[in-house]
Ligand binder design. Structure first.
Ligand SMILES: Cc1cc2nc3c(=O)[nH]c(=O)nc-3n(C[C@H](O)[C@H](O)[C@H](O)COP(=O)(O)OP(=O)(O)OC[C@H]3O[C@@H](n4cnc5c(N)ncnc54)[C@H](O)[C@@H]3O)c2cc1C
Length: 291
């Protein structure tokens, strides 16, 4: 199947991309790795008349650390995250997620920024960025602004980006000592989207009491889900089977998974519960490794 015809622009910088997006409004779309947009265009789920290709813009593909945060350029592909030593040492939860995305071809072309802007409810980066309390930098005609990940996702395949805005960078605070994170996903087969997924980022004190927790869930509703209600049960407590069971129950209450070929809503809720308990145990064990 071929996409409908479109005009194509190669932007040289973010300002030019934003100008083109403003000029052509709702009829224009950014294209980055094309791993989600091209299939959507082939199925006529997206019918942009103008594509603004941002892949050639210099300075949007990087992973570095500054002011206590890991910063990842929007054009950084999944494979670079998977192979980054900085990610492995500072944000192991991202190292969990990267190799679970699609197949090597998808990971070589698909970008972190594209995945977040595509906002697939079952995507892998949404829950991770939520659990890490990430921030998303975007640039539009009115200049630069930063959005918190928890405010970014509006609905399935819909974000708070304005039509003329380009996501440029994802900023992730590096958790301190005695912190650990884990991401778990259940898929029908390797490379498939999640039936359900859970990201847990924990900080424990010397006595093993939870000081901080971020929980993100995928395929748990129309957007990636942050679950403050479940986090509240764990914060201030030692990690135990009883505490995690109650957190899992609250996650399943907060979730409203979309029933589809990957499973019924009820089944996905059960998976979410199991994944939360396992991910939290792994995160807690990683806290002990990171002093
Ligand atoms: C076979 C297959 C399997 C896959 N499996 C998984 C999986 O298991 N888990 C998973 O999470 N994902 C999966 N994906 C999706 C993959 O991760 C994509 O790479 C990602 O969703 C989109 O990234 P992209 O760079 O290709 O974006 P594109 O397809 O180029 O763009 C996607 C959307 O984001 C917008 N956009 C892109 N970049 C920006 C930006 N910087 N600023 C503003 N808007 C932007 C575009 O306008 C478009 O609407 C799969 C894809 C395929 C084809």
């Amino acid at each position: 199947m071929y996409p409908a015809s479109f005009d194509y622009f190669q932007a040289e910088n973010v300002e030019q991309a934003s100008r083109l997006l403003r000029e052509y409004g709702e009829e224009a779309r950014v294209i980055a790795g094309g791993q989600s947009l091209i299939p959507f265009m082939k199925y006529r789920l997206a019918l942009p008349k103008y594509l603004v290709d941002i892949r050639g813009i210099p300075g949007l593909s990087f992973i570095d650390k500054k002011d206590g945060c890991v910063r990842i350029g929007a054009l950084t592909v999944h494979r670079e995250i998977e192979e980054s030593d900085l990610i492995r040492s500072q944000l192991p939860i991202m190292r969990d997620a990267a190799p679970l995305i699609g197949d090597p071809q998808v990971r070589n072309l698909g970008t972190l920024g594209g995945a977040l802007c595509h906002a697939d409810p079952a995507g892998d980066w949404g829950p991770v960025v939520l659990a890490l309390e990430g921030r998303l930098k975007c640039v539009g005609a009115n200049g630069e602004r930063e959005l918190e990940a928890k405010d970014f996702f509006v609905d399935a395949y819909s974000t708070r980006l304005q039509p003329d805005e380009v996501l440029t960078e994802v900023v992730l605070p590096v958790p301190g000592a005695k912190s650990g994170g884990a991401y778990l996903k259940l898929a029908r087969r390797t490379g498939d989207f999640a039936m359900a997924s859970v990201a847990v980022q924990l900080t424990l004190d010397e006595a093993g009491v939870c000081q901080h927790i971020g929980i993100g869930a995928g395929a748990a509703g129309r957007t990636p889900l942050r679950v403050p209600d479940a986090e509240g049960v764990v914060r201030g407590e030692k990690i135990s089977a009883t505490v995690l069971k109650e957190a899992a129950r609250r996650l399943s209450q907060a979730a409203d998974p979309i029933p589809d070929l990957r499973g019924s809503g009820e089944y996905k809720r059960e998976i979410l519960k199991a994944l939360l308990q396992r991910a939290a145990q792994i995160a807690a064990s990683r806290c002990k490794e990171r002093r």
